[in-house]
Ligand binder design. Structure first.
Ligand SMILES: [Zn+2]
Length: 116
């Protein structure tokens, strides 16, 4: 087992940081044995890239929903714009879903992650 820093994001996700220390099993210079252990946890004051991407798309989606609601109150005159917006929202839903799946896969990968 070799020791690494763990970078923990405010969203609860984390990633491996710098290599810190070899274990007794591994003495070759510049190599790690592939089993990673946490040396210390370094808090990161932001969300991970994936959650930031999800947040951005959620904000975009909320803005579109707002627009649609506003247009719907105006009656039928914005029908074409509403249709376009609805398509966009459906697209965003798909992307948000994909990103959450990726995040779940990453969370499940914790503990089984080995060296690369
Ligand atoms: Zn995250």
């Amino acid at each position: 087992m070799c020791f690494f820093d763990q970078h923990r994001f405010v969203c609860g996700d984390w990633k491996w940081g710098h290599f810190r220390q070899h274990c007794a099993k591994e003495y070759r210079i510049g190599e790690t044995c592939g089993m990673k252990l946490i040396m210390q946890t370094v808090p990161v004051g932001s969300k991970c890239k994936l959650c930031e991407k999800i947040d951005t798309k959620m904000r975009r989606r909320a803005a579109e929903v707002d627009r649609v609601n506003r247009w719907q109150r105006e009656g039928s005159k914005f029908r074409a714009s509403i249709d376009k917006s609805m398509d966009l929202i459906r697209g965003l839903d798909g992307e948000i879903y994909e990103l959450s799946c990726e995040r779940n896969r990453r969370l499940q990968g914790i503990g089984t992650q080995t060296g690369y």
